[in-house]
Write a protein that binds this ligand. Structure first.
Ligand code: ATP
Ligand code: MG
Length: 654
């Protein structure tokens, strides 16, 4: 990190230049600076106010029970139905005709779903699941493409108190099988297939294969017809959605569940180790995702068109495609496919067509757009946009500025939201009407959230120094445990600094203004000749070179320096790979940006990087390559052939 080099070395804005909130947005913002004061004076009172934005069937007796840390209970004694909060109450309030989702299929087919239609569909699916024997507390595996039935299934589970466990449609049958086993799911909801990169991509065969390995653990498979492709059929187990669900009544009497009733299990993306089944519950989770969606995206239900361009199989999809937006009565866009299908302007065409006002996506996608060139978005009318968000990894200043200028037209605040599967909702982020944004920094904890950067001993660090990010108070949407493994829950998150301090696993530094800069996972910090250097900082330096679109950096064991820096770079669309000359230039560039110690031992130009479906670079696999090891668990990779291409590039031992 910064043992040897100056602060903010990767910031292109020396002197801490920032972008103040646009005046009109600030004046009309849902949440102003007073929220910080209110939460600082009475944190639990602040969260109780946030919970009152929801409809409770029974009021809680106590906001937080933290008597047995790290096992928290929020809104103790309260009862609510999550699906009713997301759908029925809006219909009851006269908004049934409002569009909940403008859904866009990859081949160009579209569906418009109002809140009233969503209510009918959720009731039918709830009745269907009940007819399959699903009861409150049972787990339902969901393995679907980005189609409305994914949202409907999640809400139907919530409605009957079943626990959904969504697995990315792109994961292999092995990944699916291990998650079904871990969660002990009895029912799987899937589709014949979905569309990706311009072609139907089958899903059902992966389910069939997974279930072959699992004996008769799974009772029923509910299958949505999406592509119309041929499917193998197991009589007595497989049921078509259109036959079972469509025949159900569109009414369903929803029962209220305890605030701590389990809502879902979501496996983390597995960038560092075996995926963990993160358990989220009902009242606190919905409170925080709804409030943060309202505050951070300044969501105006009557006028905004909101788009989280992510997959529902990722926690971002759960919190900010489904639960947060619906709880706030948002009109959302949902897109099935990939950004380059059928052309590289597909997203911008969607923004133009639907008048999208708020767009939320990941830095990896933003860098891909940078690689494709400025002229692609320039060909569309993006003037409806008023706010942009980023999530998933640190956004390097170069990409932030590109997003701000080329997508946001220089007028939209960019909110860089730090959070995790485990935190359930946003934790550290600017507020668009309050915070002067700073490219590359997630900046400040939200009102009601207590975050710190500490050293090895748990002491707060000085500005300029680097340390570990911790959360010092429980928060409503926190994970409650790792499914079936309380010990791993305690060990992973609550043991390093005691049972009341959450160890996030991310490195961070504080600048002179007290703003937090995330530096990536602690496991991704390299040690070169005794200097701790963050992969994020070296990657940011590489990406700030005009030829580089994307970079992944790992530390590989080195006999002399402990670890040596190995960089994998993807070039921008118009850049020429001049071989050794380019490598020398990039090395020189990193020396200048950070310092000689950070200069990579090896730089390889590659066409693709190994990523999870949520767009995160799997550095541990690159480390395996750089150290000539057999690859670790690749089940969460989008496309495992990427690793063969990269392996072939590597010239033996470095
Ligand atoms: P695993 O824990 O299984 O290795 P994962 O951490 O990638 O997987 P997620 O919960 O999806 O799974 O990702 C959370 C992590 O993503 C954070 O811990 C952080 O490292 C990174 N992250 C997310 N948003 C941001 C952000 N805005 N800035 C910096 N880092 C971010
Ligand atoms: Mg993680």
């Amino acid at each position: 990190m910064s043992d040897t080099q100056g602060r903010g070395s990767t910031s292109p804005l020396p002197g801490g230049d920032t972008f103040p909130p646009p005046t009109a947005l600030a004046e009309a913002a849902n949440v102003g600076a007073d929220a910080y004061e209110r939460a600082a004076a009475d944190r639990l009172g602040f969260w109780a106010d946030a919970a009152r934005r929801l409809e409770w069937a029974q009021q809680w007796d106590e906001v937080l029970d933290w008597s047995n840390p790290p096992f928290a209970k929020w809104f103790v004694g309260g009862k609510l139905n999550v699906a009713v909060n997301c759908v029925d109450r809006h219909v009851a309030a006269g908004h049934g005709e409002q569009v909940a989702y403008h859904w866009v299929g990859e081949p160009g087919d579209t569906r418009t779903i109002t809140y009233a239609q969503l209510q009918d569909a959720v009731c039918q699916a709830a009745n269907a699941l009940t007819s399959l024997g699903v009861q409150a507390g049972d787990r339902v595996a969901v393995y679907l493409p980005m189609i409305p039935e994914a949202v409907v299934t999640m809400l139907a589970c919530a409605r009957i108190g079943a626990v959904h466990m969504v697995v990315f449609g792109g994961f292999s049958s092995d990944a699916l099988a291990s998650r079904i086993t871990d969660a002990d799911a009895k029912v799987v909801v899937t589709a014949d297939g979905g569309y990706r990169r311009g072609a139907p991509s089958a899903l059902k065969p992966a389910v069939d294969e997974a279930l072959t390995k699992l004996g008769d653990a799974v009772r029923s498979v509910l299958v949505v017809r999406r592509t119309g492709g041929d499917v193998e059929w197991t009589e007595g187990r497989d049921v078509w959605w259109h036959e079972l669900v469509d025949a159900q009544p569109t009414t369903h009497a929803a029962q209220a569940f305890d605030a701590e009733h389990p809502l879902y299990i979501m496996y983390t993306s597995g960038t560092t180790a075996k995926p963990k089944g993160i358990l989220h519950t009902s009242g606190g989770y919905l409170t925080q995702v709804a409030w943060s969606h309202h505050a951070v995206f300044d969501l105006k239900p009557d006028t905004d068109v909101y788009w989280t361009a992510a997959d529902v199989g990722w926690v971002t999809g759960h919190s900010y495609i489904v639960y947060g937006p619906l709880a706030n009565r948002a009109t959302s866009v949902m897109y099935e496919g990939t950004p380059e299908t059928p052309h590289r302007g597909r997203w911008w065409e969607i923004v133009q067509e639907y008048g999208v006002t708020v767009l939320y996506t990941a830095p990896t996608t933003i860098r891909t757009f940078m690689k494709w060139g400025d002229d692609v978005p320039a060909g569309f009318d993006l003037s409806s946009l008023r706010l942009l968000g980023s999530v998933g990894e640190p956004i390097n200043p170069e990409a932030w500025l590109w997003y701000h200028a080329n997508i946001g037209g220089g007028r939209c605040p960019v909110v860089d939201t730090w959070w995790q599967t485990e935190t359930g909702g946003h934790m550290i982020t600017p507020l668009p009407g309050v915070t002067a944004t700073k490219p590359g920094s997630a900046q400040v904890p939200l009102p009601g959230i207590s975050a710190r950067v500490v050293d090895e001993a748990g002491e707060p660090i000085e500005p300029g120094a680097t340390g570990y990010l911790v959360l010092t108070e429980p928060w409503p949407s926190m994970l409650r445990t790792i499914w079936g493994d309380d010990d791993r829950y305690v060990d992973t998150y609550w043991s390093r600094y005691g049972k009341t301090v959450y160890f996030a696993g991310d490195g961070a530094k504080l600048d002179e203004d007290g703003d937090i800069w995330l530096l990536g996972r602690v496991d991704d910090v390299m040690n070169v000749s005794g200097h701790r250097i963050s992969t994020t900082e070296v990657e940011s330096a590489l990406v700030s070179h005009p030829t580089v679109a994307e970079a992944a950096v790992v530390g590989a064991t080195d006999a002399t320096t402990g670890q040596g820096i190995v960089a994998f770079v993807i070039l921008r669309g118009n850049a020429v790979d001049s071989g050794d000359e380019l490598v020398a230039e990039l090395r020189q560039h990193v020396r200048k940006e950070i310092g000689p110690i950070a200069s990579p031992r090896q730089i390889m130009v590659v066409a693709e990087l190994p990523k999870t479906r949520s767009g995160k670079i799997m550095r541990r696999l690159l480390r395996d390559v750089a150290e000539n090891r057999e690859l670790g668990d690749v089940t969460t990779l989008t496309d495992s052939s990427v690793m063969d291409l990269i392996g072939a590039k590597l010239p033996g031992t470095p």
